[in-house]
Design a protein around this ligand. Structure first.
Ligand code: ADP
Ligand code: MG
Length: 801
């Protein structure tokens, strides 16, 4: 019979019902939740969400139950729910609750709880057309709508009589229409004018190209007008201001007015009206997953108020608190997810490795150079971890070229010589091959002949592959370097005790997890070249121990960095040409296109063609962008590495640690759009050989701030210093973004973190830490929603290490 998530769980429950000791799965039923929900979701789809959540909640509570009696009872219910199955009718759209007539009056939620995950078309007034347009803005469900936050706000809350208006103010007036008329200009444009009076004076208002206003604004009517006070021929006036008829509740005027991101076919006014309706009705139904204790201790707004205020703020103060609350949520959940992961990793004992001092000595002495102090320090920390009962979960952070590989290689040598196995996973074949060569040469003298070092990538096939598989399974392969090929199901290790992941941000949690799963709680060492300022480290890597290599090997030639004006572009090209004539190769990075990778790819293709045809017609150019398949990217990179291409035109996908010693020039277009740390990464692609090398930054922006930021890259080669500068100038969103991108709430967090300061980030972390101590399994039923969000983060992968 096929094993479905239901039969699988049933078996586990059967097993559990033999003893009620919560030992049916390692770590207890609660720890089985992420796996099960993931499988169930895959098997039954989003419709089964509530059912799956209910079971997940019950599994979690089960682990927390005190005695056998309670557990027996809980198991009975659990089985009932499980047997009931996921099939449950969805409410048809027309049965979905209609917005209340008078939303301001508290009315009980409708009997059938509406689903915030329903498509937006259940909202009255959103038909297929509008729905399509909203989807273009990333809004699919009601929940998305609630979190569809204004891009900015216009503060028109200041109400003044006409005789007190001053030029340049952003204000609101309430006045009567004394006269209204339409005129056509010679250019064929229509002008609608109104003279407004409020007893203190009168003022002229002009709207361009809105002829329909003639039907809406009539003489004698009271209207409200908001906008900036303008001046024409010595008289104060308004030009195309916001307006609406005077009524009880104003939406577009006399308040802090939300300005939403727009798309073709959706007007600001209609969107605002729609949002008002949706937010007023549905925000009441948004369950608050933040633990009550936290909301209270932090003095946060409740979720409903926060959503309402973030859309239609009643004051600047409340607006600020609303956005802080929403940012706090995202940061808090991320932190809890990190803590949860760490907790899971550490709850089981690992495999202490008896480190042999003589092997360590012989490894160190066989190196053609001396380890830097920073490398020694990191290695000591790792050695201590390896010997410990607790599985290591360590991040090795070090700038590009700081020498992380050799440190990892030492750890692998120690592991293999102790009779266990070590694996190193890299994100690309080229990188894996590069590491394989390094590691083989480093370990050659240290490891005995009976311990093999092998390379396993997607290109290794047939007999070779079978041999490696066999060697891994019987333990004769002590060290293996590879790509994703390492985590294929068919790969079995005899005794994997150390898993090393290079360029960890290129892998999702699941992939890193999969490598760990190949052994029994192996030690985990992840490596990254992304410098994160110390003040943010705990936030981003709170679940890992961190070793930092903050020192470069001696004798590195710094890359010469120059800021180039757009008008000097030709000279930059000439310089590139001259370097290629000297036998070097060059990278040219295209500007970042934030809207989509599709547009970015298109722009890159155009730039590549332009460069190839008109600028460098006699050179060999290659192209690399995010829309190419992994294979295409690899083969282009390989051609560049072999020297078959003179210039590699690329988008930011180039970032990862590839070593092409012959590359001497890095030219970055639109440099001001990149973070400083990222520019530093680009720069790290050159300066790896014996030649002098150069980084040219071209910026189209002459803004003082942009220039100042780029000057910092020109002036220092220290990645950490640049990261600190980035933090100062752009706020923490930059780092949370690059580290955590990949799940929706992180995007929101990033968005919100831009307004949030570092203090809020730290507060959320502290609060998460305190909260987590009270309920590390998230088993309390009151924390069910939170647990569900945390599971999602851990499942989705995203970029939690
Ligand atoms: P990354 O930290 O960017 O992964 P690598 O491990 O690739 O850096 O090392 C970069 C280069 O520095 C390699 O060629 C390596 O051999 C060399 N290297 C590493 N450590 C030292 C050292 N202590 N002294 C001199 N060269 C070193
Ligand atoms: Mg590296």
């Amino acid at each position: 019979m096929m094993t479905t998530p239901v039969t699988k769980l049933t078996k586990i429950l059967d097993l559990e019902a033999e003893k009620y000791r919560d030992q049916a799965v390692v770590g207890g039923l609660a720890s089985y939740v992420p796996t099960w929900t993931q499988e169930a979701r895959r098997a039954f789809g989003p419709k089964a969400g509530d059912w799956i959540d209910e079971i997940a909640g019950r599994l979690r509570t089960y682990s927390a139950l005190p005695d056998t009696a309670a557990r027996r009872e809980a198991l009975v219910t659990l089985r009932d729910v499980l047997n009931r199955g996921p099939a449950r009718a969805e409410p048809a759209p027309d049965q979905a609750p209609k917005p209340a007539v008078k939303p301001s009056e508290p009315s009980p939620p409708p009997r059938q709880p509406p689903d915030l995950e329903s498509p937006i078309t259940v909202v009255r007034g959103i038909g297929p057309k509008r729905s399509q347009r909203l989807q273009r803005l990333g809004v699919h469900t009601i929940r998305d709508l609630l979190y569809f936050l204004p891009r900015r706000y216009d503060d028109y809350s200041q109400l003044l009589p006409i005789n007190r208006l001053k030029y340049g103010q952003e204000v609101t007036i309430i006045a009567r229409v004394k006269k209204a008329y339409t005129r056509d200009t010679r250019g064929g444009r229509s002008i609608f004018k109104a003279i407004l009076t409020d007893g203190t004076g009168s003022v002229e208002v002009t709207w361009f190209n809105q002829p329909y206003l003639a039907n809406q604004i009539k003489q004698g009517q009271q209207i409200v007008v908001s906008g900036e006070v303008d001046e024409y021929l010595g008289h104060l006036c308004f030009t195309s201001p916001q307006w609406e008829p005077l009524r009880e509740e104003l939406l577009h005027t006399n308040r802090i007015v939300p300005v939403y991101p727009l798309t073709e076919g959706l007007t600001a006014r209609s969107l605002r009206r729609l949002m008002k309706r949706v937010v007023t009705y549905w925000s009441r139904l948004l369950p608050d997953y933040l633990p009550r204790s936290v909301v209270r201790a932090e003095g946060l707004l409740d979720l409903e108020t926060a959503i309402l205020q973030a859309h239609f703020p009643s004051s600047q103060e409340l607006l600020k608190r609303a956005r802080q609350r929403l940012a706090f949520d995202e940061l808090f959940v991320l932190q809890v997810a990190l803590l949860r992961q760490r907790h899971e990793w550490r709850s089981e004992p690992g495999q202490p490795i008896p480190v042999r001092e003589d092997v360590l000595q012989s490894f160190v002495h066989s190196l053609p150079y001396e380890l830097t102090e920073a490398q020694q320090r990191s290695l000591e920390q790792i050695v201590e971890d390896l010997q410990s009962e607790r599985p290591m979960t360590r991040l090795l952070q070090g700038d590009v070229g700081s020498g992380k590989t050799v440190v990892a290689a030492a750890a692998m040598a120690l592991t293999a010589s102790a009779g266990s196995q070590a694996a190193m996973m890299a994100p690309t074949e080229i990188l894996a091959e590069q590491h394989y060569r390094t590691v083989t040469s480093l370990l050659d003298d240290t490891l005995g002949d009976d311990i093999q070092v092998r390379l396993l990538t997607g290109s290794v096939t047939g007999e070779d592959r079978d041999q490696i598989y066999a060697g891994l399974e019987n333990g004769t392969v002590g060290v293996v370097v590879g790509t994703h090929a390492l985590i294929q199901e068919s790969v079995t290790f005899d005794r994997l005790a150390l898993a090393v992941v290079d360029e960890q941000h290129r892998f999702g949690v699941r992939q890193r997890g999969a490598l760990r799963q190949k052994g029994y709680n192996p030690h985990l060492l992840v490596m990254t070249a992304t410098p994160i300022p110390r003040s943010l480290q705990l936030t981003v890597w709170g679940h890992l121990d961190v070793s930092v290599i903050d020192q470069m090997p001696p004798g590195r030639k710094p890359v010469v960095t120059r800021l180039i004006l757009p008008t000097e572009r030709e000279r930059a090209y000439a310089f590139v040409r001259s370097q290629i004539e000297k036998g070097r190769q060059a990278f040219i990075i295209c500007p970042l296109v934030e809207e989509s990778d599709k547009l970015e790819a298109k722009a890159a293709v155009e730039e590549y063609e332009r460069l190839q045809q008109t600028i460098f017609p006699h050179l060999e150019l290659g192209l690399l962008h995010g829309r190419m398949t992994g294979e295409e990217k690899e083969s282009t990179m390989a051609r560049f590495a072999r020297g078959e291409l003179d210039i590699l035109v690329a988008t930011s996908v180039i970032e990862v640690g590839i070593d092409v010693p012959n590359a001497g020039v890095m030219l970055v277009e639109g440099a001001e759009r990149f973070g400083l740390a990222q520019l530093h990464q680009f720069r790290g692609r050159v300066g790896r050989g014996e030649h002098a090398s150069y980084c040219l930054l071209i910026s189209d922006s002459s803004s003082e701030q942009a220039q100042q930021r780029l000057k910092a890259v020109e002036e220092t080669n220290d990645g950490f210093a640049l990261a600190r500068k980035d933090l100062e100038m752009r706020g923490p969103g930059e780092f949370l973004g690059t580290q955590q991108s990949g799940f929706a709430q992180a995007v929101l967090a990033m968005e919100l973190a831009r307004i949030a300061d570092l203090r809020l980030v730290e507060r959320a972390r502290e609060a998460a830490r305190r909260f987590f101590e009270t309920d590390p399994k998230l088993a309390d039923p009151a924390h069910r929603l939170l647990a569900r969000r945390v599971d999602r983060i851990l499942e989705q992968g995203g970029q939690i290490n």
